[in-house]
Write a protein that binds this ligand. Structure first.
Ligand code: TXA
Ligand code: MG
Length: 362
């Protein structure tokens, strides 16, 4: 694979989106910003174009793609049926970082998009450039995050180029993305909203939108939390809806990351001790820290993610920080955990994945 990748700089949005749309119409691959992370887009109706996404990313073909659309009407056309609760979520959160997994209508999309499932993930992104591209192309755009499989999702055009230059046809630069973590993926089943992947829309926001009438539940990734399913309850964990993507290692920096969990007051000493241990082994060490604590750490790099009380900032900064660790040849990353409220839940989820099981409880 050795393509000439076209770069459309910020400020050339209008012309760039039109040209990018014609690349998509010809079966090409274009990366574009959304409010969450950059996506790698292709015409979702074309088998060849969708296959090219999997090839460019090195993505396992059994992991389905999200389809990006102009509005709820366009999404409903791809669905076999849409319940009242699903429509309510579309109206409450679109455009915005919510993906709904709905039964797919036959014949409207390449079967490669859904990886053979009878459902499809649909969303309406809240980003001017993404919306222009969708409007100009007139096609449903299948788009996973625009990173090589297993790398942190891109939150800037240069991240896309780091991973995919020469493997895709173009990238529209819209500057840094806002949310910084991916969309929340939900499935409505049995009158309940199941969160398959936490993300930009929080569980609290979902619950507020559906009111007391419907339950919102976080599907445990891997094992259910103790007490989550009461004995005799109708839906044991094994039958809960799952997102194929959650079984893959994800969001991984090249260095080995350890996430330090537990009592906030004890975090700094534990983080410093872990960093010192790695340095004693001769490794280059980075600390991912809250801005309150960042100044006190000694390491090869200290990357402040934001104040402890503002997980939005840490969400926005996390992926770029992981990539910076790679750029600086960091072998060991020690990260402070952040509170789990609001988007803090998605932040925790991504940090756990980046740590790949290396967790230190203090
Ligand atoms: O914010 C986002 O969602 C970004 C931007 C580009 O829109 N996209 C993104 O796509 O994160 P990707 O492919 O990296 O992650 C899609 C996730 C995967 O975990 C996948 O398994 C899940 O959504 N998914 C997609 N279709 C599904 C389906 N039919 N059923 C269950 N899960 C699905
Ligand atoms: Mg991804």
């Amino acid at each position: 694979m050795n393509k000439q990748t076209i770069y459309w700089p910020p400020g050339e949005a209008e012309a760039g989106a039109k040209e990018a749309a014609s690349v998509l119409a010809n079966g090409g691959l274009v990366a574009f910003p959304t409010e969450t992370v950059y996506g790698l887009g292709a015409d979702a109706r074309s088998d060849a174009a969708v296959e090219a996404i999997f090839a460019a990313k090195g993505r396992p073909s059994d992991n389905p793609l999200i389809v990006h659309l102009a509005d709820a009407e366009a999404a409903i056309k791809l669905a076999d049926r849409v319940s009242k609760l699903e429509r309510m979520l579309m109206d409450a959160f679109w455009p915005g970082p919510l993906t709904l997994v709905v039964p797919v209508r036959e014949g409207v999309l390449s079967p490669r998009v859904t990886a053979g499932l009878d459902t499809v993930g649909v969303r309406v992104p809240d980003h001017e450039l993404a919306r222009r591209l969708i409007a100009a192309s007139g096609c449903p755009i299948a788009a996973p995050s625009a990173n090589r499989s297993g790398r942190p999702s891109p939150t800037a055009a240069r991240h896309v180029l780091e991973d995919l230059d020469g493997r895709i046809d173009g990238v529209l630069d819209g500057g840094a993305t806002g949310v910084g973590l991916e969309s929340t993926v939900v499935r409505v089943l049995g009158g309940k909203v199941h969160i398959l992947r936490p993300g930009g829309i929080t569980a609290e926001q979902l619950q507020a939108a559906v009111g007391g009438g419907a339950a919102v539940r976080a599907e445990a990734e891997g094992e259910p939390k103790p007490g989550e399913f009461k004995p005799g309850e109708s839906k044991p964990a094994a039958e809960a809806p799952r997102s194929p993507g959650v079984k893959y290692a994800h969001y991984a920096p090249r260095g080995a990351m350890t996430l330090v969990l537990g009592d906030q007051a004890r975090l700094p000493a534990a983080v410093q001790a872990a960093a010192d241990e790695a340095r004693a082994r001769g490794e280059r060490v980075a600390v991912l820290a809250s801005s309150e604590n960042a100044g006190a750490y000694r390491a090869d790099a200290v990357l402040p993610l934001g104040p402890r009380g503002e997980p939005e900032q840490a969400a926005h900064a996390l992926y770029a920080a992981l990539r910076e660790c790679d750029d600086r040849d960091i072998a060991c990353i020690v990260a402070e955990s952040f509170p789990e409220a609001g988007i803090g839940a998605a932040l925790r989820n991504r940090m756990l994945k980046a740590a790949g099981g290396r967790i230190l409880h203090v």
